[in-house]
Write a protein that binds this ligand. Structure first.
Ligand SMILES: C[S@@+](CC[C@H](N)C(=O)[O-])C[C@H]1O[C@@H](n2cnc3c(N)ncnc32)[C@H](O)[C@@H]1O
Length: 265
């Protein structure tokens, strides 16, 4: 594992010392090359904002979103708070998630990992008027998650500088569709929701065990025709390894151009 981490760091360091920097130096001069390098260094130190080269291979087949959701319309998708924080759901991923919500017309949506509530509010925006969205994040008195490391465990909202989950929707009219639950998703009692949920977005803790547990729960609360989406496949090691394993039993697909993995049951 130590070796893998060292290789990851070396790989990212090579991004900094890449031929592009030399090219900029030769064609645009010292100033531009220095600006480029300082930007790359900033990216390098912000581990979460870079595509991380996971040690697990990407085994899940990559398909275009239209292959999973025939007729899906991504020609026009309205977004609230479109710009992501570093490491957050990318604009194009948010567009695809919202288009899936529109295509699916879900009555009950579950999100694991609320954070500031950016994906929550956008899923609420694109869901039917009578839809309900349950979103889970950790209670304020829970121990910090990031102790396992940003890559293995993922940071919790407090470590990302977000004082409480759901800030983006707490005073928004769309709040009427959203129920925020403060609980550890891996320990939460999901039995009242068994077989009832149309769409689950798994984006909570990012270590292998938690992703495996959240996925198991997502499977138990969904039914035939439901959809499960995961964020950070191919970006975070725990997510990638857990989904590779799960894909031995379920026909999970990796949506092209994104880190979203998708299971249409
Ligand atoms: C990557 S962020 C979620 C981002 C959000 N889904 C979005 O699209 O903007 C992960 C969130 O999961 C929360 N989290 C981590 N472990 C959790 C757990 N065991 N149960 C519930 N939430 C958890 C963190 O506090 C953090 O806010």
């Amino acid at each position: 594992m130590k070796m893998a981490r060292l290789l990851q760091r070396l790989g990212r360091l090579m991004l900094v010392l890449n031929p592009a920097a030399c090219f900029i130096l030769l064609t645009e001069g010292k100033g531009k090359a220095r600006a480029y390098l300082s930007h790359m260094w900033w990216m390098f130190t912000l581990r979460e904002s870079l595509p991380v080269f996971t040690t697990s291979p990407l085994l899940i087949p990559r398909v275009r979103v239209e292959e999973v959701f025939e007729g899906i319309d991504i020609s026009h998708v309205e977004l609230l708070y479109p710009m992501p924080r570093p490491g957050g759901v990318k604009v194009e991923e948010l567009i695809i998630i919202c288009a899936i919500v529109r295509a699916l017309n879900p009555k009950l949506i579950v999100e694991i990992g609320t954070c500031e509530g950016r994906t929550t509010i956008n899923m609420a925006l694109h869901s039917p008027e009578d839809a309900q969205l349950i979103t889970l994040d950790l209670p304020p008195d829970s121990p910090p998650q990031g102790q396992k490391g940003a890559i293995e465990g993922g940071l919790d909202y407090r470590q990302m500088g977000i004082p409480k989950p759901g800030l983006l929707f707490e005073n928004h009219p769309l709040k009427r569709k959203i129920k925020l639950v403060l609980a550890d998703s891996t320990k939460f009692d999901w039995t009242p929701y068994e077989g009832l949920v149309d769409l689950v977005f798994v984006d909570g803790a990012h270590d292998y065990e938690s992703v495996a547990k959240d996925s198991e729960n997502a499977l138990s609360i969904t039914k035939e025709g439901s959809v499960i989406l995961w964020h950070d496949y191919g970006v975070v090691e725990g997510v990638t390894a857990a989904l590779n394993k799960l894909s031995e039993r379920y026909p999970i697909k990796h949506i092209d151009g994104t880190s979203i993995a998708c299971l249409r049951r």
